[in-house]
Design a protein around this ligand. Structure first.
Ligand code: C6P
Length: 411
C-alpha cells in the first residue's frame, strides 16, 4: 500500500500557505510540482556532470552524453516503444505535434486530402493541422462528442474516409477529463490508410501508456506535466516513418556531413534534434519517470480515481455548479471543469485562490471545444497523486464560500 501522506512529503512546495490558507494545488493539468528526488538529480547534473552532449571526449562530456542517452532509454521503456531511436526529445507536446505537422505532413498532405481531429483538441493539436490544411488545400474535419462528452466512435467512423491522411486526437482531454478510445481509433485510421497522431500530454502522467499496444504512429507529451523540469518533452514516432521524414530544423547535431552546397542528415532521432538539447531537462524527465515507476502507474491512476470518485459527486451535488464532461467518475481522469452560475470563471478562480485553492480558469487553449459546450470559459480543478481528501474538502468549502460571497442563488 502506498502511503500517500509520505509521498506528499517529497513535495515541499505543497507545505506553504497561500493567502494565509493551506495550499490546495489543483492546477496539475497546467503543470505539476517536482519532488525532491527530481530536484536533486537536476542539481546533481549541474553541480557535477554539466557538459554539452555528443561533442566532447572529455570525462564530463561523456558523462552528460551517457545520462542523456540513458534518459532516452528510460522514456522508451516507460511508453514501451520498440526502439530507442523512436524517442525524440522536444521542448514539449506542442513542439512534437508541430514537428509532425511540419515534416511528415508537409510531405504527405495535398489538396483534397482530409485531416481529421476531434472537437476536444487542445490548440496544440489543432492549430498546426488547421494551418497545414490552409497551406495545402486539405480539408480539416471534426469528430464530435457523445452527450456525455466522450469521443463519438460512430461519428469517427463517418468522418474518417479513404481520403483521410492524418487522424490527430488527444489521448485525454484537458477540459472534460475524458479518455479517447485510441486503440480503436488507430485501427480505424489504419483501415483507411491514414496515420494516427496522438496528444498524450494529459495521459502519460496519469496512467500507463503503451504506444505499441495502442498502435499509434506518433505520440507527443510534455515532461512538466509529469514532475520533470520545464522545456522538455517527447515525440514518439514509428521508426520507418521517422527515417523517411525530412528534418524539422537545421543546424548542429542533426547532420551526417556538410559540404558547401549540400548536406546529408543524421539518422533519427538526431535528425530531429538540431542544436544543443535540453540535457538537464531530459535527465529530470528520466528522474521523474523513475519516481513514477517507484509509485507504480497503476497506483497513481487508482489514487487519482479515488479522489475523483469523491470530488465529482460532491461537485455535481452542489447547487449552482455546472460540471462539464462525464458524470461517471469511472470515465474521468483527474480533470474536472465546472462553472458557478452567474460568475465568470476568472472571478471564481480568484475567489478560490483567496481560500488557498489553485485552479485554472479560461478557455484552456480549447476554444472550439468551449464553443461546442456553449461557454466561453470554465474553471477547472485538476488532481495529481499528491493531492488528498483534504484538498477535495478545501475545494468544496471554497466553492461554498465563493457562492456566499457573490450571493449566488439569492435574488
Ligand atoms: N495544457 C492546460 O492547462 P505544452 O504547453 O506543449 O507542454 O502542452 C500543450 C498541451 C497539449 N495537449 C494538451 C491536451 C494539453 O493539455 C496541453 C497543455 C495546459 O491545459 C496548458 S494550456
Amino acid at each position: 500500500m502506498t502511503e500517500w501522506d509520505d509521498v506528499r512529503q517529497d513535495f515541499p512546495i505543497l507545505k506553504q500557505r497561500v493567502n494565509g490558507e493551506r495550499l490546495a494545488y489543483l492546477d496539475n493539468a497546467a503543470t505539476t510540482q517536482r519532488p525532491t528526488p527530481v530536484l536533486k538529480d537536476l542539481m546533481n547534473f549541474y553541480q557535477h556532470d554539466n557538459a554539452n552532449v555528443h561533442r566532447g571526449v572529455h570525462t564530463l562530456a561523456v558523462r552528460a552524453t551517457n545520462e542523456y542517452e540513458n534518459a532516452r532509454q528510460t522514456v522508451q521503456h516507460f511508453i514501451n516503444a520498440a526502439d530507442e531511436r523512436e524517442i525524440i526529445f522536444t521542448r514539449g507536446a506542442t513542439e512534437g505535434l508541430n514537428l509532425v505537422a511540419a515534416t511528415y505532413s508537409r510531405q504527405h498532405i495535398h489538396e483534397g486530402d482530409e485531416i481529421v481531429v476531434s472537437i476536444a483538441e487542445h490548440h496544440s493539436n489543432l492549430v498546426p493541422w488547421q494551418q497545414l490544411a490552409i497551406a495545402t488545400g486539405a480539408c480539416l474535419k471534426y469528430i464530435d462528442l457523445t452527450t456525455t462528452g466522450e469521443l463519438d466512435l460512430a461519428a469517427a467512423e463517418k468522418q474518417i474516409t479513404d481520403r483521410t491522411k492524418i487522424v490527430a486526437v488527444t489521448h485525454a482531454s484537458n477540459v472534460l477529463g475524458t479518455i479517447t478510445p485510441l486503440q480503436q481509433l488507430a485501427a480505424l485510421a489504419h483501415q483507411h490508410g491514414a496515420v494516427i497522431v496522438a496528444d498524450g500530454a494529459q495521459a502519460v502522467p496519469h496512467f500507463a501508456v503503451d504506444v505499441q499496444q495502442l498502435g499509434v504512429d506518433f505520440y507527443a507529451f510534455s515532461g512538466h506535466k509529469m514532475l520533470s523540469g520545464m522545456g522538455i518533452g517527447v515525440l514518439y514516432g514509428r521508426y520507418d516513418l521517422l527515417a523517411a521524414m525530412p528534418p524539422y530544423q537545421f543546424g548542429g547535431e542533426m547532420i551526417s556531413s556538410v559540404q558547401r552546397q549540400s548536406t546529408t542528415f543524421a539518422e533519427p532521432p538526431y535528425k530531429f534534434e538540431a542544436g544543443t538539447p535540453n540535457v538537464a531537462g531530459a535527465i529530470s524527465l528520466a528522474s521523474a519517470i523513475h519516481y513514477l515507476q517507484g509509485l507504480g502507474m497503476a497506483e497513481v491512476e487508482r489514487h487519482e480515481r479515488e479522489l475523483v470518485a469523491t470530488a465529482l459527486p460532491r461537485l455535481l451535488a452542489e447547487d449552482h455548479v455546472t460540471v462539464y464532461g462525464p458524470h461517471d467518475p469511472a470515465k474521468h481522469t483527474g480533470v474536472i471543469a465546472f462553472n458557478i452560475t452567474g460568475l465568470h470563471p476568472h472571478d471564481v478562480a480568484t475567489a478560490l485562490d483567496m481560500e488557498g485553492v489553485a485552479v485554472r480558469a479560461g478557455h484552456h487553449c480549447a476554444q472550439p471545444l468551449m464553443d461546442y459546450l456553449g461557454v466561453t470559459a470554465t474553471a477547472r480543478a485538476s488532481f495529481y497523486f499528491y493531492n488528498n481528501q483534504q484538498d477535495v474538502d478545501q475545494l468544496i468549502h471554497a466553492i461554498r464560500e465563493t457562492k456566499e460571497f457573490f450571493h449566488v442563488g439569492s435574488i
